[in-house]
Each structure stands twice: as C-alpha cells, then as structure tokens.
Design a protein around this ligand. Structure first.
Ligand SMILES: Cc1ncc(COP(=O)(O)O)c(C=O)c1O
Length: 302
C-alpha cells in the first residue's frame, strides 16, 4: 500500500516568548504515530516510487545506529506499506542485547530483520550496499538517515501557504536531507537555518549538491556532538514541556530549540522577525535516552 499524505493540516503553534520576535513551531511530529516528523516525508516518495515499479520481491534495506529514528521509521513504514524490511545496525555487541533497546525492539515488532555489523564494516557502507544490492537485486536500499533526492522531494510537503508567512525557517540537521528540501522549495525571501547535531565538515557541500541554493546557514547546536545528551539541555527540554506542553527530544529538536532561545537572547533575529521551526519528531528516542540517563544516575526527560 502506498504511503498517504495526511488528511488533516499539520498545526503551527505559537511559542509565546514575550519578545519582539514571533516564534512558531510546525508539529510534523504529529503526522503519524509511528513514522513521525521529517522521516515520513523523507520516506514518502522513496517507498511510493519503489512500489510503483512493482518489484517482484519487495524489500527495503537501510542502515542506522542502535537508537536511530530512521530505523524506527523505516520499520514502521515497511509495516504500513506491506514491504519486508532489513536494518543493518551499527555495533555487533547488540546482537544479543537488542531486546533491551526500545528502538530495536520496536523495529523487530514491526517485522524488521536486523543484521548487526561491526563499526568498521559499518564505516564501509558503500561496500555493504554493493554486496546487498547483488544479494537482493529487487530491494530498495535507503541510505543512512534516508537522505537522497526522493527524500528532498518529500520534504516539499512540509511547506505550504502558511509557511510562506515566515522570515526564518529552522530545522535540526543530521544527514542534511531535510534542510536541503526546505532550502530548495522555500520562497526566495526566506532564510533557512540548520542546527547541526553532527560535526561533519562536508555537510554544507552535501546539502548544496541536493538543493543547488545558497539560502541556508548552518549553526552548530553544540552540546558535545552527535548522540551526546547534555544535562542542561535535559533541563531545558523538561522546562519547555512544562511551559508549552510540547515534547522535545535530546538529540535533535531539544538542541535546536535551546540554541534558538539563546539566539533570541543574543538578538540574532531582527525585531519583528517571524521564525518558524519544524518539529521533526524523533520522540521515540526518549525512552532509550532515559535508560541511558538512569544508568548514569542523571536527571531523566519527563
Ligand atoms: C528528529 C530528527 N530531526 C532532524 C533530523 C535531521 O534530518 P536530516 O538527516 O535530514 O538532516 C533527524 C534525522 O532524520 C531526526 O530524526
């Protein structure tokens, strides 16, 4: 079955900050209970174009780490579309421990086959991809994080008449597909800001190759690199939920939002700017993050 666009409009909520800047959040996290946020859109055309080719032995193969939102989303999308899935997971030590990991358990429950590889093997994903394509010639192989041209095309669906009304469009950046789509399809007068959660010097060029526009700025969201959970940020996430009743997670959206609040304090945005950030989902990761925080005797995300 093809993935369907949502029947209801995705809400844009104001975050009242009591300044001369208007801050809003577009709740892409509400798009689907299991394939949330940007993942839905990055997979939308990947899955649908693939199904339209009528593959004889449909199979979706992809890559990710132990807590990957992308693995979680692909497993759920496979379930919805009726396509078996295979996840190539970084870390062979997880082979016998996947039941303790909420993301991997969820993927398994969606019927995803999991293959655990060493970090060294994972680093050479191109080789693995070649090998897998030979073994499963009909399979759709989606890159890590889901970023490719179909993904960029899908992100167009996050933009609409309402989003044209903002001066700044903000998103968290991992592999760059989401910001590339926003940059490619936004209006000429809009500024795009990406909050990097990965320290990758090649990211800017990768994004440019996908969007062919230079209307975006990348800002380091800080907090010690990919996957690192910061206690101050956990406090921010909990306060934010308390105040605005909007959940954030500690790998992407929580970091972006705290940095936006800092930038507002630093007068980065001119007075009367209208700033829209995209809630790109990933809330499934909170359970795994809390397991880790609990083990380390640190404050949890509530
Ligand atoms: C919650 C969340 N936000 C943002 C991103 C970044 O998206 P991209 O990899 O397209 O840069 C991801 C990764 O898909 C994510 O899971």
């Amino acid at each position: 079955m093809l993935l369907q666009p949502p029947t209801e409009t995705i809400p844009i909520q104001e975050i009242p900050i009591g300044k001369n800047i208007k801050l809003f959040i577009k709740r892409e996290d509400l798009i689907h209970p299991q394939i949330s946020g940007n993942k839905y859109w990055k997979l939308f055309y990947n899955v649908n174009h693939y199904l339209e080719t009528n593959p004889e032995n449909p199979y979706i193969i992809t890559f990710g780490g132990a807590f990957s939102n992308h693995i979680s989303a692909v497993s759920a999308a496979g379930n919805v579309a009726g396509i078996p899935t295979l996840g190539i997971i970084r870390g062979e030590e997880l082979q016998n421990k996947w039941r303790d990991n909420p993301t991997l358990l969820f993927a398994k429950r969606n019927g995803m086959n999991l293959k655990f590889v060493t970090r060294e093997e994972y680093r050479h994903k191109e080789k693995l991809t070649e090998f897998l394509q030979q073994e499963f010639p009909d399979a759709l192989i989606v890159p890590e994080g889901g970023t490719n041209e179909d993904a960029v095309e899908g992100i167009k669906m996050m933009l609409n008449e309402q989003t044209k009304d903002f001066d700044y469009l903000c998103t968290a950046v991992g592999t760059g597909g989401t910001i590339a789509g926003i940059s490619k399809f936004c209006e000429d007068n809009q500024n795009v800001i990406g909050f990097k959660v990965v320290d990758d010097a090649s990211l800017e060029n990768k994004i440019f190759e996908l969007t062919l526009k230079r209307n975006f700025n990348l800002i380091d969201s800080g907090f010690g690199g990919y996957g690192k959970i910061n206690d101050e940020n956990v406090r921010f996430i909990n306060d934010f939920k308390d105040k605005y009743n909007i959940p954030l997670e500690p790998i992407y959206t929580g970091k972006m939002m705290q940095r936006i609040f800092e930038m507002i304090e630093e007068d980065y945005f001119p007075e009367n700017s209208r700033v829209l950030c995209f809630h790109t989902g990933g809330l499934q990761g909170i359970e795994g993050a809390n397991l880790l925080l609990e083990k380390q005797n640190r404050n949890l995300i509530i």
